[in-house]
Design a protein around this ligand. Structure first.
Ligand SMILES: CC(C)(COP(=O)(O)OP(=O)(O)OC[C@H]1O[C@@H](n2cnc3c(N)ncnc32)[C@H](O)[C@@H]1OP(=O)(O)O)[C@@H](O)C(=O)NCCC(=O)NCCS
Length: 426
């Protein structure tokens, strides 16, 4: 008889346990084994994280040896919802199973155990970034944000005369100096739905530059200050020089650009698209409603695409999730939410009345046994909750039951001023 596959928790401070835990995750993600430097980075990063491992007994040529064959990492963070301060979220990462052990239910075992734990602990949301889109719908996750890539032809960039006029200054930021960058990010991540907390360990790692890091070896971080000297934006970028003969042909790769106001945003894009010897500026994981094309006399200087899903959300408590955000549009709907794992099934009446002075309204959410106006899966609820997916489109796709008018009412309720966007990998 096969030995049982045993699921345990790993001590995140135990270096050798972490080395064994990293082995299947790096194999599954097609990356080389962890070096000592990689392990140092991991130790600094995962101190407060929950590390799940599944062990198997393999022969290993020595007559039987415990090895980690599957991993899952989760940790508590903060997620910005529409119109309110951030709420707690269970972030799920490093979901890997060795190719020798795939499709035996190990991911299902690890992930459902963590979702039940998170639900029991009072978490309302879990979130992850999916390596492949078909994996997580069965666990009740739905794509809640999308992101796109940009390619800017620098020679065609001219700002419109009515674009916000930058004032202030720009400066290069030395490696390791991250306090002002983290303060800028903290403002911007609270301003748009789907922003995530970047904790001190995140910024500490970002401060160290090199291959595979936030800023690569040939890269730079440039900070913008307003006219009073207060940091209000930054851009982190790498540069590749692909000169043809003596003709310069550099490309700037923007890894992160954040600004707390449109003038700083314009200043940073103007800077990064006008660096000498650079012909093209590329950026990945940008919001689908990026402001830049609207600022230019030739919006086609910015080519956009492809657009892909980014943050996948899982609602663990339907009334609490609907109560947690604020709403712009009024209305009343009874929603019946179905859950493949049976964790969050609920029928609720969502009522949104008059908005406050800031334009946002608090909802009234009550459980009910009234007939539903809309029936939808918990994954579909997650997709529409931050305003990033159209309930009308889901209705037309057959993924949301109800009348077209009910789907439109849900769309009005869920609408947000800006598309949700998560600029943070985890
Ligand atoms: C993706 C991965 C974690 C799945 O682990 P696993 O233990 O094989 O998954 P399970 O056996 O629990 O699969 C559960 C269900 O999901 C399906 N599934 C799993 N991975 C899938 C994938 N990549 N695409 C489509 N379906 C998938 C399985 O077929 C199974 O369906 P069933 O219940 O209808 O039979 C594993 O294949 C892996 O490590 N892949 C490489 C790394 C990776 O992509 N990780 C995900 C990071 S977000």
């Amino acid at each position: 008889m096969d030995a049982p596959l045993v699921m345990t928790q790993i001590d995140p401070h135990d270096r050798e346990a972490l080395r064994a835990w990293s082995t299947p995750s790096r194999a599954a993600f097609l990356t080389p084994a962890a070096t000592d430097a990689d392990l140092d980075d991991r130790l600094a990063e995962v101190g407060g994280h929950r590390l799940t491992a599944v062990h198997d007994v393999v022969d290993g040529g020595v007559g039987g040896e415990q090895r980690v064959v599957a991993t899952l990492r989760t940790y508590d963070s903060e997620l910005t919802l529409p119109g309110v301060d951030p709420v707690e979220v269970d972030l799920v990462s490093t979901a890997t199973v060795l190719p020798t052990h795939r499709r035996r239910g190990l991911l299902s075992r690890m992930l459902t155990a963590d979702l039940r734990r998170a639900r029991h602990a009072g978490n309302v949301f879990a979130a992850l970034i999916a390596a492949e889109a078909p994996i997580y719908g069965r666990f009740g996750f739905g794509p809640a944000t999308h992101a796109t890539s940009l390619a800017v032809e620098n020679a065609r960039v001219r700002f419109r005369p009515d674009a916000p006029v930058p004032a202030g200054s720009l400066e290069f930021v030395p490696a390791g100096r991250v306090e002002e960058l983290s303060r800028v990010h903290d403002v911007t991540r609270r301003a748009r739905p789907a922003g995530l907390l970047r904790d001190a360990a995140w910024w500490e790692a970002a401060g160290r530059r090199g291959a595979g890091r936030w800023v690569g070896p040939a890269g730079h971080v440039v900070l913008h200050r307003d006219e009073h000297g207060t940091a209000d934006g930054y851009v982190a970028y790498d540069v590749v020089d692909e000169a043809v003969g003596r003709v310069p042909n550099g490309t700037v790769h923007v890894g992160d650009l954040a600004a707390t106001n449109p003038a700083a945003y314009r200043a940073l894009w103007e800077f990064v698209t006008s660096i000498d010897l650079v012909r093209t500026t590329r950026a990945k994981n940008r919001p689908v409603d990026e402001l830049l094309p609207h600022l230019l006399t030739d919006p086609r200087a910015v080519q956009t695409g492809p657009v892909d899903d980014f943050l996948w959300l899982r609602v663990l408590d339907v009334p609490a999730a609907l109560t947690a955000r604020r709403y712009l549009g009024g209305g009343t709907l009874v929603l019946q939410v179905l859950d493949p794992l049976g964790l969050a099934e609920a029928t609720v009446r969502l009522h949104v009345g008059d908005p406050g002075a800031d334009g946002w309204a608090c909802p009234e959410v009550t459980t009910t046994d009234a007939a539903p106006d809309v029936v939808l899966g918990v994954a579909e609820l997650a997709s529409v909750l931050l305003g990033g997916t159209s309930p009308v489109a889901l209705h037309r796709a057959g993924r949301l039951d109800g009348t077209p008018a009910a789907a439109l009412s849900l769309q009005t309720l869920m609408a947000t001023p800006e598309q949700p966007w998560c600029p943070t990998w985890f």
